[in-house]
Design a protein around this ligand. Structure first.
Ligand SMILES: Cc1ncc(COP(=O)(O)O)c(C=O)c1O
Length: 400
């Protein structure tokens, strides 16, 4: 028998793999690229864009890269925790100066917010408990696949009513009544993706009370700190809930607030019941990082560290972050002013909002108006610019 025949008959390792569907949001990129119309508006992918429609490298980031190029002397391994100074800076950014000294909270650098979510999920799984993950609907489409990939079970809670254009807080709290001690509640720290609708401070307080009373474990996805109302204001709710909880997880990302997307810059923080337990948690996280990506990519974290440790660069970054926020706020105000039915857009935060449009209307926006948004009605506010925001608002209003 020839080798070819034997190979044809023998089952191959990969024969049983099934084709996977393409990512729906990435598919929109293909549609936008294939559209020849010059006035097309791409509101699909979730990256910040400036008034010219570009996603530029921030000035402070470029300056830090120059410093690194000139002064970095080695690329030797750092260790599974990543850049320890970066992690300390992020602990302070996420939790504030006082909690940054709290030994019950331990952290390590991860490949972006996704790496932090994944590692957090693995830590929960490793406890061997029967914890369930309570997840708001709608949520970021990658949450359930990413956290679920380690085999954790989910329970939905209603978060937002698209038609009513509002957070369904009472229904959310009712659903959380079913959570038992040790169950995990996934929350968006700020700038909710995909809706832009955040909890009010009073609502955060109510969740903090529930978490503390019932022994629930908040898992806060904090991917947009600073893009809502500023670094401190955006952290208020998350800090209240972490304070109230005996144990908690926070997945933090700098990919949006430093515009570092592909550099994969994030960190995971976990609060243990006491400093001793936190040490055990830290040792588990280190082993888990070591046995998955071994060490996180360095460049993004090194940039963030250099920016924040260089006063002029830190000041410039703060100014750039404010500029991004102000641009998003001004676009939100223009949309809100265009039609009373869109007034809600102004009250929301971050890059995203969700339009109460039917699937047909979303397809019609693409084909007739060259306006591209996600099938859920989510659109990236920052994808608009001064010269097309009115055309966008009018096209949407016609289809509401
Ligand atoms: C809600 C949410 N969480 C986490 C992430 C992951 O961020 P990163 O690119 O840092 O992995 C994103 C990115 O789009 C996000 O929108």
């Amino acid at each position: 028998m020839t080798d070819a025949l034997v190979m044809g008959q023998r089952p191959g390792l990969f024969d049983r793999l099934a084709q996977q569907p393409a990512d729906a949001l990435l598919a929109i990129i293909g549609l936008v690229n294939a559209d020849p119309r010059e006035d097309k508006i791409d509101l699909g992918v979730g990256v910040y864009k400036d008034a010219a429609g570009n996603t530029p490298i921030l000035r402070a980031v470029k300056a830090a890269e120059k410093i690194l190029l000139d002064t970095q002397e080695t690329k030797t391994y750092l260790g599974s925790e990543g850049d320890v100074r970066f992690v300390a800076l992020m602990k302070e950014m996420a939790f504030g100066a006082a909690r940054a000294r709290d030994e019950r909270i331990v952290g390590l650098q991860t490949p972006g917010g996704c790496g932090a979510l994944r590692l957090g999920a693995e830590l929960i799984k490793a406890t061997g408990s029967d914890a369930r993950i309570f997840v708001g609907q709608p949520t970021w489409p990658n949450h359930v696949p990413l956290i679920g990939s380690v085999g954790l079970p989910f329970v939905d809670y209603p978060y937002y009513d698209k038609a009513a254009k509002a957070v369904t807080f009472d229904r959310m709290m009712d659903a959380l009544e079913d959570a038992k001690a040790g169950d995990v509640v996934l929350l968006h720290g700020c700038c909710h993706n995909p809706t832009g609708a955040d909890l009010s401070l009073d609502q955060w307080k109510a969740i903090a009370a529930l978490v503390s009373e019932r022994g629930l474990v908040p898992f806060i996805d904090f991917a947009y700190q600073g893009l809502g109302h500023g670094l401190e204001a955006d952290a208020e709710g998350a800090r209240l809930v972490v304070d109230a909880a005996e144990q908690a997880l926070v997945a933090h990302s700098n990919d949006k607030n430093f515009g570092l997307y592909r550099e994969r810059t994030g960190s995971l923080f976990v609060k243990g019941a006491d400093a001793e337990q936190a040490k055990v948690i830290a040792s588990n996280l280190t082993v888990m990082a070591r046995t998955s990506w071994s060490m996180p990519p360095d460049h993004g974290a090194a940039i963030v560290r250099v920016v924040l440790d260089t006063p002029e660069l830190a000041a410039d970054w703060h100014a750039e972050l404010k500029e991004m926020c102000a641009r998003i706020r001004s676009l939100r105000s223009r949309i809100a002013a265009s039609d009373p039915r869109l007034a809600y857009v102004e009250e929301q935060n971050g890059m995203f909002s969700m339009l109460p449009l039917s699937a047909e209307a979303i397809t019609d926006l693409r084909t007739t108006e060259s306006i591209y948004l996600a099938g859920s009605g989510r659109f990236n506010v920052a994808g608009l610019s001064d010269h097309n925001v009115d055309r966008f608002a009018a096209a949407v209003a016609k289809r509401l």
